[in-house]
Design a protein around this ligand. Structure first.
Ligand SMILES: Nc1nc2c(c(=O)[nH]1)N[C@H]1C(S)=C(S)[C@@H](COP(=O)(O)OP(=O)(O)OC[C@H]3O[C@@H](n4cnc5c(=O)[nH]c(N)nc54)[C@H](O)[C@@H]3O)O[C@H]1N2
Ligand SMILES: Nc1nc2c(c(=O)[nH]1)N[C@H]1C(S)=C(S)[C@@H](COP(=O)(O)OP(=O)(O)OC[C@H]3O[C@@H](n4cnc5c(=O)[nH]c(N)nc54)[C@H](O)[C@@H]3O)O[C@H]1N2
Ligand SMILES: [Mo]
Length: 669
């Protein structure tokens, strides 16, 4: 029998698409975009077009495994769930009594974005007293930068892009990461809008717009300051809007802008003076300019300041007052669902230490008192995606470290595990989804039974709680019951009717409780260009970390349309579209190093050496090299991926990762 059911894309993408899954005899046979979903509208990315090939991949883990070979060798034998849970609990109990519970570290991120499964381990590890993980690898600098200027003001509705007459895709490869935003921007273009992209190399998004502008990595703050300088100098400021809505513009104009002439900023960002001037004039004269800000430019030592500075632009030209004008940085719908009913912060006792997920390498190799003796990884692949891969792998190789990995596939991290547990895919468990690229939300049930003996994140934590002999009834709730706790009562974000539609599995729109374009939720009630509470009271130019490192080339780890971080490498068709782990380099930089297209090169800095296949590309400006994708070790030319070159340093605000803030040298292999 064939049935079609609704589901939701669980991946870490702004769009949380609505899916239609066709199921035959318990097997998913095809997946398509839901035509009735308000944002997806039937359009799905290449990765999800054949999600059934991920779900039923022959590579899926189907039973628990116990290590029999050397750490990292990937040699295991199957064991039962009962035995696996017993082994884990008895080892943890031993560690707790010898070293204390803080010697146990959970590590999870965004394999699934569903509110229940993503946060399934919080309550368990809080109750255990384990070290707490700071989950800051993605873009907390973006939130920090926004907050410094805009406080708790919610995001504008991103679909307003369609009403804009000048759209800027700024630091976002929307053709890969936000295809619905690009579709909507194209609709604006049909009605006469101009489209720009600002990036560090010529991405597919640059091909889809009218004009692309390439800046040096981490220098967008300089471009924005140069533009604001011109806007002020040439009287293009919306004085009335600024007087009524902005705090401290005069101070910016007096103390910062004099040193931000286009000539000075051109030295930093690399765009000619005439281009900075033109961008400023056309931006200020547009009726309703709309900026869609990506996360790429936040992963630098100055990332939060960059977001804060760019976000001043719509304020100085009064774009907020126009339909279609403003800046979209990302939605945060925290108030819509009472997440603490799942995460149970009330279980936290004695304030266990916080460990940054960006510094896992240090945590596993240097942290003391107590050292990390047990690591539990679920829905994340830190051996591949975490910065400073050599430090992470040195840690994972420690013989005395007890590592458990709950996964769908035998990832590079799972290869270092003592115990591997098989995880369900999103089609095999229920959840409730919201997203960071819009205001939609949707609940879905399981579409198919679990593959093999796979269990969901929540089911495993229930088994572990039973294995620890805890009798708290919370760990006997089902995932469906947790979803119901999240939907309990309506609130300002969702009416009774919307909540009921969510219960029925329909996609719905949440509504922010205040008007994002009129009410500034800051202490002063204004857009705070001057923020006296911050150690940097005004936006200003800050350097990146790597500027001080002294290697001649900027390395930019970038995204590909055919994978999502280290996910989707199991699909052969998608992987073959990416060909191999390439280093793209400008012809001039290739020739000065006497290299040739197609050869294997070694890219190095203080942290490591990585082999890539060299590709000459006119898409890359001089002085920068780019690699797309975060590859599994089995598919790359050497034994290290791009993150052997990235660092554990943090951003200026939000303690985020600085994965893009890297310099290197390149030589022939
Ligand atoms: N296909 C695909 N989709 C994805 C992902 C994926 O890996 N693949 N990842 C998902 C995740 S986890 C996230 S967080 C989002 C991120 O999605 P986005 O917000 O789009 O961010 P990125 O793609 O990381 O970076 C966007 C662009 O920033 C550019 N960039 C880098 N540094 C700078 C800079 O200093 N200045 C400027 N102007 N541009 C710069 C990069 O070249 C890239 O084109 O996408 C999600 N969606
Ligand atoms: N070089 C470089 N490094 C990067 C990035 C980059 O662009 N370049 N991007 C960074 C960013 S923005 C992010 S957000 C992080 C993302 O880092 P991660 O969140 O670790 O993302 P993935 O690499 O997609 O790994 C997720 C894993 O979860 C597993 N999984 C999926 N669903 C489930 C489930 O329900 N249960 C369990 N137990 N497992 C599941 C998948 O099989 C997959 O192996 O990576 C960061 N690292
Ligand atoms: Mo991310």
């Amino acid at each position: 029998m064939t049935v079609t059911t609704r589901s939701v894309c669980p991946f870490d993408c702004p769009d949380a698409c609505g899916l239609l899954v066709t199921v035959k005899n318990g097997h998913a046979i095809s997946v398509s975009g839901d035509p009735d979903h308000p944002v997806t509208r039937g359009l799905l990315c290449p990765k999800m077009g054949h999600y059934e090939q991920t779900v039923h991949s022959p590579r899926r883990l189907t039973t628990p495994l116990q290590r029999v070979g050397k750490k990292g060798a990937g040699e295991f034998e199957p064991i039962t769930w009962e035995r696996a849970i017993k082994l884990i609990c008895s080892r943890w109990q031993g560690i707790c009594s010898t070293y204390g519970a803080e010697a146990i570290l959970p590590y999870s991120y965004a394999g699934t974005m569903g509110l229940v499964q993503r946060n399934a381990g919080h309550a368990f590890f809080y109750k255990l007293g384990a070290s707490r993980l700071e989950r800051t690898i993605c873009s907390p600098a973006k939130d920090a930068g926004w907050k410094m200027l805009m406080g708790d003001t919610p995001a504008m509705e991103p679909a307003e892009i369609e009403q804009s007459d000048l759209v800027i895709m700024w630091g976002i490869n929307a053709a890969a990461t936000s295809i619905h935003a690009l579709r909507d921007a194209q609709a604006a273009r049909q009605s006469g809008a101009r489209l720009w992209a600002i990036d560090t190399y010529r991405t597919p998004t640059c091909d889809a717009v009218d004009e692309a502008f390439l800046v040096r990595p981490g220098s967008d703050g300089a471009l924005a300051l140069g533009m604001i300088h011109v806007i002020e100098r040439e009287g293009l400021l919306d004085r009335r809007f600024v007087a009524a809505n902005v705090l401290g513009f005069d101070k910016l104009a007096a103390e910062i802008l004099p040193d931000c002439s286009p000539a000075q900023m051109s030295e930093v960002c690399g765009l000619p003076v005439s281009v900075i001037e033109r961008l400023a004039r056309e931006y200020a004269r547009a009726q309703a300019p709309f900026i869609r800000l990506g996360s790429g430019l936040t992963r630098y030592g100055n990332g939060a300041m960059t977001v804060r500075t760019i976000s001043c632009l719509p304020a100085v030209v009064g774009a907020w007052a126009k339909p279609g004008g403003g800046i979209f940085v990302g939605t945060s719908t925290g108030g819509a669902f009472p997440l603490q009913t799942v995460t149970r912060e009330d279980f936290i006792a004695n304030n266990p230490r916080l460990v940054s997920m960006n510094q896992l390498g240090n945590a596993l190799t240097e942290l003391d008192d107590p050292a990390v003796m047990a690591l539990y990884v679920y829905h994340s692949n830190p051996a591949t995606i975490a910065p400073d891969q050599n430090a992470v792998i040195r840690g994972l190789e420690r013989e005395e470290l007890f590592t458990v990995v709950h996964e769908r596939f035998l990832t590079d991290t799972a290869r270092y595990a003592d115990i591997v547990l098989p995880a369900t895919s999103s089609l095999e468990h229920p959840d409730l989804y919201r997203c960071y690229g819009g205001y939609h939300a949707q609940r879905c049930g399981a579409a198919i039974p679990p593959v093999g003996e796979a269990k969901s994140n929540w089911e495993v934590f229930c088994l572990l709680a039973a294995g620890m002999e805890w009798d708290d009834p919370f760990f006997r709730l089902s995932a469906e019951e947790l979803i119901e706790l999240l939907l309990v009562e309506e609130n300002q974000w969702r009416s009774k009717a919307v909540t009921e539609r969510l219960r029925q599995g329909e996609p719905v729109m949440l509504t922010p409780p205040t008007d994002p374009k009129k009410e500034w939720l800051t202490p002063s009630g204004k857009i705070e260009v001057l923020n006296v509470r911050d150690k940097e009271p005004l936006p200003r130019l800050l350097p990146t970390h790597a500027e001080r490192d002294g290697y001649p080339l900027r390395l930019q780890p970038a995204v590909t349309p055919f994978a999502l971080n280290s996910s989707f490498y199991e699909q052969d068709n998608l992987r073959s579209k990416q060909k191999c782990m390439e280093l793209m380099m400008n012809r001039g930089d290739v020739e000065t190093r006497n290299l040739v297209d197609g050869q294997v090169v070694i890219v190095s800095n203080d942290r490591g050496e990585v082999r890539f296949t060299l590709r000459i590309s006119e898409r890359i400006p001089p002085g920068t090299v780019v690699t797309e994708g975060v590859w599994w070790r089995e598919f790359i030319p050497g034994d290290r991926g791009v993150n052997a070159l990235t660092s554990q340093r943090l951003t200026d605000g939000g303690r985020g990762s600085t994965l893009y803030d890297v310099t290197v040298e390149v030589r022939g292999a």
